[in-house]
Design a protein around this ligand. Structure first.
Ligand code: HEC
Length: 405
């Protein structure tokens, strides 16, 4: 099993294949907060949506996640899903692998209709794939990860292991331009083969753990290097540049691109959070609340903050200055920072909204704003406050913060 070879910090990437011991009861929750999903193995844009919902591969099954923070079970695929990919030629064609409720690997399944129905492509060999991707250079070519890197040249019907598999491989993706080139994210960096897996070399993105590799419609190769950030390059030179950092000790597990709005990306984090980018990966916001996070509403939130909150919580939410008159109440509390210096990010959006509308039971200086501000005002304030946070804090928001201590 792959996970057995990986250090605990990256165990979830290999854990895809360890789900064989799953509790079948876990598969039957219908709708719940996305926050309660601890691990998301794969993500695609929901082809039935307007690009505002995503399908996520989880141990509870295939879920449809919405920007209101909730996820619903997609019952057509009754299995814990560990690998999920959309066909670049037709994004309604989805492929998945995983383990059913009885603990039996499901092989490779295909949906021709955006997850409405599924049928088997190959049940047995390999029985389960922990990473799965279709080539943009040749629509028949798929690569996957079982015990070794696997290649199919007939779209998943038959598979052959490559001659060599790099040590501690987490994830694989075929080159967007060449049918013999495959990238592999490994514990010691991004590896590349140009001969269909006979030999592998470091792809020049460093030698740190590389947890994600994906290709975009324009031929860009994206990779996530732990401690460095999200990097991009084009073939054939592969001159890597950092696209975004600020992830600190968190990492991206999978990325999906909206085929209709290619600048919109969705990323799943090791904490189980989903982030989204509207500028091809340069900056990221939480998927939760992303439907409200327009530049206009953030600017509105900032104006409301300056008027109602800044006197205590400081400019850009840095918190109350030590010498401020009234800075301390009788118990010695100051108005805390609402940027990510303190722990505002330990609360989910609903929790922060509740404090603003109801006030603090512990401190009468934090008054209830429900009489003076509308629900929309409070949403805009929260969206502004979250715009002050680092990517790391967004990935660690709410119940997930326990994973980030
Ligand atoms: C008169 C000073 C004051 C004003 C004005 C004020 N706050 Fe507060 N706020 C506080 C204090 C003091 C606390 C700490 C309460 C506690 O510890 O229970 C607090 C706590 C909070 C918290 C909880 C933070 C956490 O880490 O849990 C949030 C969120 C918050 N305020 C948002 C706002 C917003 C938004 C506004 C403007 C609409 C605002 N506050 C206006 C003093 C103020």
């Amino acid at each position: 099993m792959i996970s057995a070879r990986l250090p605990a910090r990256f165990a979830l990437l290999g854990a895809a294949l360890a789900l064989l011991s799953l509790d079948p009861a876990a598969l039957h929750a219908q709708t719940g907060p996305t926050e309660s999903v601890s691990t998301i193995y794969g993500i695609v844009v929901d082809p039935a949506s307007k690009g505002d919902k995503v399908l996520i591969a989880t141990e509870y099954g295939l879920l449809r996640a919405r920007p209101d923070g909730m996820s619903e079970l997609v019952p057509s695929l009754d299995a814990a899903v560990v690998a999920l990919t959309a066909d670049p030629e037709d994004p309604r064609h989805l492929y998945a692998s995983g383990v059913d409720g009885k603990g039996k690997p499901i092989g490779l399944m295909k949906s021709p209709d955006g997850a409405a129905t599924w049928s088997p492509v190959n049940r047995e060999n390999p029985a389960a794939l922990g990473s799965l991707a279709i080539s943009r250079a040749d629509p028949g070519l798929m690569v996957g990860l079982a015990k070794s890197v696997m290649i199919s040249r007939d779209k998943g019907k038959t598979w052959q292991p490559t001659a060599l598999t790099p040590e501690k491989t987490f994830t694989v993706v075929p080159s967007p331009t060449d049918t013999q080139t495959i990238f592999a994210g490994t514990m010691t960096g991004l590896m590349v083969t140009h001969d269909g897996g006979k030999s592998w070399a470091n792809a020049g993105a460093g030698d740190k753990p590389t947890t994600m590799v994906a290709t975009l419609a324009d031929g860009t190769v994206l990779t996530f290097v732990f401690g460095t950030g999200l990097m991009q390059a084009k073939e054939p030179d592969l001159k890597w540049e950092i696209l975004s950092d600020g992830f600190s000790d968190r990492y991206i597990v999978d990325i999906a691109q909206d085929p209709r709005r290619p600048e919109n990306l969705f990323a799943t984090m090791d904490t189980g959070a989903i982030l989204t980018s509207r500028n091809s990966g340069k900056s990221w916001i939480s998927f939760e609340g992303s439907d409200k996070a327009t530049p206009e509403r953030i600017a509105r939130g900032e104006a409301l903050f300056k008027k109602n909150c800044q006197a205590c919580h400081g400019e850009k939410g840095i918190g109350e200055a030590p010498g401020d008159p009234g800075a301390k109440d009788e118990y010695g509390f100051k108005a805390p920072a609402l940027n990510d210096d303190m722990h505002a990010w330990h609360h989910d959006d609903k929790g922060i909204m509740a404090t603003i509308s109801k006030g603090s039971p512990r401190n009468k200086r934090m008054v209830a704003f429900s009489k003076t501000l509308s629900d929309t005002d409070i949403e805009d304030l929260v969206t502004y406050i979250k715009s002050l946070w680092s990517i790391r804090s967004l990935a660690c928001q709410g119940a997930r913060h326990m994973k980030c201590m």
